[in-house]
Design a protein around this ligand. Structure first.
Ligand code: HXC
Ligand code: NAP
Length: 293
């Protein structure tokens, strides 16, 4: 048994039809693939139809299950309504949503134009609220739960982070929506949870955020207590569990999956993990030698 393997039993999601935004690439593609392998009918959406078509074919070849690819910009509510309508026409229902589409700039904040800043807020926060609201209205009217939303946030949504400020603001809003609607919509059989991933190598995020030799200069593994970055399958496992009815009592939760990265930065004395055992012998002697003054 390894973290690189699928965790849930065959057919776990066979009664689910799940919309995955940003499902054509990276982590969204990995999660959509695993949902499909677990028996779900999956609708993937993002702006580029040709990317979606290729991914849909790849997923079907792997899982044997149908995947619908519908292009849309999550910033445009009407386009999301169209995706939902196409999904229902094809599969008869939708009962799961993964809000995964995102954009991000690494930049000193003062170098960003207000349009650039707003663009990220619009994709990440407005995109997630658009999809959640459109599906929520349909679910509440239909009234046949359970329904599940999983939102992809980040760890810096709760710590904040310089140089990715629009993303941090937007993802914090996504967490606020998760916790708010988890309570408000529970009576309709709708559950919402979020995942806060640490670093998971993906072309979209890593090539854009750490271009050229920045990846080597800022070795992420050094910041992570478990000494490695994330593997897509472990994120897919967590997200499939939260999407499934196995997690029926988990609601309004934000699950961090980062190898302890953000806590390493937060703990006052965590830098002492650099101290070697023989240095501790010396330090202990010095500390014991200091009696009250
Ligand atoms: C500053 C920039 C810029 C840059 C563009 N702009 N690139 N400003 N630094 N690098 C400005 C433009 O000049 C313009 O402002 C405004 O931003 C909008 O530019 P567009 O090119 O029209 O933007 P658009 O192509 O619509 O969107 C850009 C994008 C997009 C959001 C980055 O390419 C996208 O959706 N990428 C998805 C891939 C991605 O970012 N994935 C990362 C997710 S990872 P003006 O004023 O000139 O009009 C993540 C967490 C990572 O979120 C955590 C790691 C641990
Ligand atoms: P990615 O491959 O760049 O994924 C972003 C996806 O969003 C793309 O498929 C993109 O497709 C889509 N998208 C962007 N703008 C859109 C729009 N306006 N409308 C519809 N779709 C849009 O990066 P990733 O690493 O897989 O990221 C996936 C998620 O994980 C994001 O929410 C990200 O914030 C989060 N995350 C990633 C990491 C990491 O280390 N990789 C860490 C923490 C959180 P198009 O461009 O074709 O539209």
């Amino acid at each position: 048994m390894q973290h690189t393997e699928g965790m849930l039993r065959e057919g776990t999601l066979s009664d689910k039809v799940i919309l995955v935004t940003g499902g054509g690439t990276g982590l969204g593609k990995a999660m959509a693939t695993y949902y499909s392998e677990l028996g779900a009918k999956v609708i993937i959406s993002s702006r580029k139809q040709e990317v979606l078509d290729k991914t849909a074919a790849e997923i079907t070849a792997k899982s044997g299950n149908e995947v619908l690819a519908v292009a849309a910009d999550v910033r445009e509510y009407e386009q999301i309504e169209n995706v939902i309508q196409k999904g229902i026409e094809k599969f008869g229902k939708i009962n799961g949503l993964l809000n995964n589409a995102a954009g991000n700039f690494i930049s000193p904040t003062e170098r960003l134009s207000h349009r650039a800043f707003n663009n990220i807020i619009d994709i990440v926060l407005k995109g997630s609220t658009n999809c959640t609201l459109a599906l929520g209205k349909y679910w509440i009217e239909k009234g046949e739960g359970p329904y599940t939303v999983v939102n992809i946030a980040t760890t810096y949504a709760f710590t904040g982070s310089g140089f990715v400020v629009p993303s941090a603001c937007a993802k914090a809003g996504v967490i606020a929506m998760t916790r708010s609607l988890a309570v408000e919509w529970a009576k309709y059989g709708i559950r919402l949870n979020a995942i806060a991933p640490g670093p998971f190598p993906s072309k979209g995020a890593w090539d854009r955020l750490l271009p050229g030799d920045m990846k080597d200069k800022f070795d992420m593994t050094k910041k992570i207590p478990v000494g490695r970055v994330g593997v897509k399958q472990e994120l897919a496992n967590l997200s499939a569990y939260l999407m499934s009815d196995y997690s029926a009592f988990v609601n309004g939760e934000v699950v961090t999956i980062d190898g302890g990265e953000w806590l390493q930065g937060a703990g006052e004395f965590n830098m002492l993990s650099m101290v070697k055992p023989e240095q501790w012998d010396m330090l202990e002697m010095m500390i014991r030698g200091v009696k009250g003054s």
